[in-house]
Design a binder for this molecule. Structure first.
Ligand code: PHE
Length: 350
């Protein structure tokens, strides 16, 4: 089996593979090509290692040593070349990436559009601020309310005709979407002893045919003051102050006699129409005045229902409509615009 020319043939192969390898390494244009070359020419399963299979066919130890040394020398040379090329390509690739991913940090950023509050919410916040400065605390009541609190304890007996003015959406026979924030009066009186000064902002609901001045879902801010010696003058002074702080001192406020089952006497509060200045137009339904809310002296029965002794204490209450406040200050001729969510409209109040 011993082959006279085997060693020469093997050395020739080693030399050829060495040359091929160096050529492949310098020709590798990227690190993955280089890795292919590494696998092909070095390592256990490489072509260079395969040359060693010729060993058994060699004639002497000398020849075997010669071949082993030649393979090792070729391997070292190839590995050095691989390492050099690897560093070179790595640097080049990094440079290319840095160039490609270059970011100009001096360019202006993409502007983030800031949101803003809905005009009615702005009104609510302003009114709440005014009341806070006057010593009122803010409390909330549930939007889904018992008939008991929304009507009965506020002196609307079952089947009382005043209920017709506040028809609503019933959850069950005795549970409904509150038609007013007034049920919070009872809740507050049952929780706190006088002196009481609270406002209750929130949504209320009515089964209403909507028009320019009526929504079936709208905001109210309830107010309740209970103490000794509270009079109608306190009510008038308080509401006139609030309305004028909001709209300006030159605004006229009107208290018009009205009826609510839970106040006596009762009034509606009007402000002169902004759109027509009092002549009468679509915004004010031809009246010249626009209703801002209702008010009155808390009825003795309601005080009693709240656990407050009407012989000792008296109080006033009011319910204001922040949507109406917004309408009048913003010269909005139709309340429904406030609910349509049209950004082109809402943006104007930003
Ligand atoms: N709750 C009444 C309404 O919604 C307004 C009101 C509140 C009147 C408090 C008097 C006192 O119409």
């Amino acid at each position: 089996m011993i082959d006279e020319r085997a060693i020469d043939e093997a050395l020739r192969q080693v030399e050829q593979l060495r040359a091929e390898a160096l050529q492949a390494i310098s020709a590798a244009e990227n690190t993955s090509r280089l890795e292919e070359a590494r696998i092909r020419f070095t390592g256990k399963k490489s072509v260079l290692t395969a040359v060693m299979q010729i060993m058994p066919r060699l004639r002497s130890n000398d020849e075997r040593k010669t071949l082993g040394a030649a393979v090792n020398a070729a391997k070292v040379e190839i590995e050095t070349a691989l390492e050099d090329r690897r560093l070179q390509l790595g640097r080049r690739e990094l440079e290319a990436r840095l160039e490609a991913e270059r970011v100009d940090v001096t360019l202006p950023g993409t502007p983030v559009q800031r949101g803003y509050q809905h005009p009615t919410l702005q009104t609510m916040r302003e009114l709440i601020d005014i009341f806070r400065q006057m010593g009122y605390a803010v409390v909330e009541g549930p939007e889904v309310e018992w008939d008991l609190y929304n009507f009965q304890l506020l002196n609307f007996p079952p089947d009382h005709p005043a209920r017709d003015l506040q028809d609503t959406f019933y959850v069950t026979d005795d549970m409904l979407l509150r038609t007013q924030t007034s049920p919070a009066q009872i809740r507050v009186m049952r929780e706190q002893r006088p002196p009481i000064r609270v406002i209750v902002p929130g949504l209320v609901y009515r089964d209403e045919a909507e028009d320019a001045t009526h929504l079936s879902e709208f905001f109210q801010i309830e107010g309740l003051a209970v103490d000794t010696n509270i009079t109608l003058a306190d009510l008038k002074g308080t509401l006139t102050e609030v309305v004028q702080r909001f709209f300006g001192r030159e605004r006229g406020v009107r208290f018009r006699p009205h009826y609510f089952p839970f106040t006596e006497p009762s009034a509606e509060i009007d402000i002169s129409c902004f759109a027509c200045g009092g002549a009468g137009c679509r915004s004010c339904g031809g009246e010249g005045w626009l209703e801002l809310g209702g008010a009155g002296m808390v009825h003795p029965i309601v005080l009693e229902n709240g656990g407050v002794d009407p012989e000792v204490y008296s109080g006033f209450a009011f319910g204001l409509g922040p949507d109406r406040f917004t309408m009048m200050r913003g010269n909005i001729t139709d309340l429904r615009l406030l609910r349509h969510g049209d950004v082109r409209f809402l943006e104007q109040f930003n």
